[in-house]
Design a protein around this ligand. Sequence first.
Ligand SMILES: Nc1ncnc2c1ncn2[C@@H]1O[C@H](COP(=O)(O)OP(=O)(O)OP(=O)(O)O)[C@@H](O)[C@H]1O
Length: 231
Amino acid sequence: MAVIELHDVFVMQDVNTVLQKVSFTLEKGEFAYLVGRTGSGKSSLLKTLYADLPVGAGAATVAGYALPKLSSSKVPFLRRKLGIIFQDFQLLFDRTVAENLIFVLKATGWSGKAKIQQRVSEVLMRVGLAGAAAKMPHQLSGGEQQRVVIARALLNEPLLLLADEPTGNLDPDVADSIMRLFVEINNSGTAVLMATHNYQIIRQYPKRVLKCENGQLIDSAKTPFELKSDF
Ligand SMILES: Nc1ncnc2c1ncn2[C@@H]1O[C@H](COP(=O)(O)OP(=O)(O)OP(=O)(O)O)[C@@H](O)[C@H]1O
């Protein structure tokens, strides 16, 4: 089953076309990088996929939801199938790690204190932060904070993780450990689409690459291309 299926999609910012005729399929459990120079349209494409930007034209299905016709009341249901790891979806710094996670669980319809506590423990364990529940975000390193963001994205067992520069502000060792976490999550069946400028990571963990260039999306699975370090 495909978790993303786009056919001739136009990615728009207001009246401007950022990407035209985007067509690709991401299967369940697949991993792909999304690359391209600054301003080439990576974030806009990701935003289109989680219905933060409207589809200009074309056919798009994400996690079983047909996007062009998706009513705003259905958007939360789509988002529950997705784990979104974005620079601007940061942690709430006035609450503990556990409270950050509980906030999202309650907002997505969870109830029952024991069930909620158990889910919080499970996701923290999954990202290697079993002891961090009672800590405040500022007591954690940048890499640990990113792990909490990933834990939060995993709360509702998403079919697909959408990540925008998840290793962006981290030093190379920490970036590598975050990448290994993504690989582990992917190996357990969650599809991942990760926008990145991190050439080292792509070299070290080679996978399918989707590249935004000149208003189009090039797919290494269809048109093999050599990735240069200046993408
Ligand atoms: N909120 C916005 N309103 C209008 N135009 C925007 C907005 N955000 C981005 N754009 C424009 O859309 C185009 C694509 O930007 P986008 O942020 O998708 O690129 P990107 O590849 O993610 O870049 P970066 O690598 O810097 O994150 C750019 O021309 C940008 O100026």
